[in-house]
Design a protein around this ligand. Structure first.
Ligand code: FES
Length: 210
């Protein structure tokens, strides 16, 4: 069940039909496997009168806790919003640490808001065993969007219209890793499609620790 990669953001009618067939099949697998919980959407409620203007600085991990392929899940910048940090084992855009290979991204898919998971290079997602990741990727089980985590979560497959927002990380002198901000685009559900990341701060409660 190959995932169709778009060329220049366009798909042929044939590839679109194939994709829709694949998406339907994956949805069936998820239902049978009872793991539809990973398909939850995140809805950000608006809070009248609440305006938050700066991203918090929150410790999410440390260099000593990480090894290649290790994943850390944490909420940021709001306390309901999932993100995924991973040490890729190869240099990456925006990567921190001695090898520049530690990255983190919003886990809320920019397509329709499902939660994607990490797949190492050469690995396959459980929902689509025939797919082999050409790079360390984020793979969304809902419709097969694929994000290259070495390249700022650029879209390399599936229907997502834009990359995943990257969490800005900082490592202090003791090796502790902090989330300190979000890069564009805005997190899905916060004026989706906008590059104004101040939207990420509205509609909920900022995290103070993880
Ligand atoms: S929600 Fe559709 S691919 Fe992620």
């Amino acid at each position: 069940m190959p995932v169709q990669e778009s060329a220049g953001g366009e798909e042929t009618d044939e590839s679109r039909r194939d994709f829709l067939k694949a998406a339907a099949a994956i949805s069936g697998v998820l239902a049978v496997a009872g793991i539809a919980s990973v398909m939850k959407s995140v809805v950000i409620p608006s809070v009248p009168g609440q305006t938050q203007s700066s991203f918090p600085r929150v410790k999410v991990s440390s260099l000593s806790e990480l090894s290649t392929g290790k994943v850390v899940l944490f909420n940021y910048p709001l306390d309901t919003e999932p993100n995924l940090l991973v040490k890729l084992g190869q240099s990456a855009t925006g990567g921190v640490g001695p090898d520049g290979d530690i990255v983190a991204f919003s886990q809320v898919c920019q397509h329709l808001g499902c939660i994607w998971g990490y797949v190492p290079k050469g690995g396959s997602p459980s929902v689509n065993p025939s797919y082999v990741a050409p790079e360390p990727v984020g793979y969304c089980p809902c419709h097969g969007s694929v994000y290259n985590l070495t390249q700022g979560a650029a879209v390399i497959g599936g229907p997502s219209p834009r990359p995943q927002p990257q969490v800005q990380l900082d490592v202090d002198s003791s090796g502790d890793i902090y989330a300190v901000g979000m890069g564009a685009p805005a997190v899905f559900g916060h004026d989706t499609g906008s590059n104004d990341v101040s939207n990420d701060l509205q509609g909920g409660t900022l995290v103070t620790s993880t």
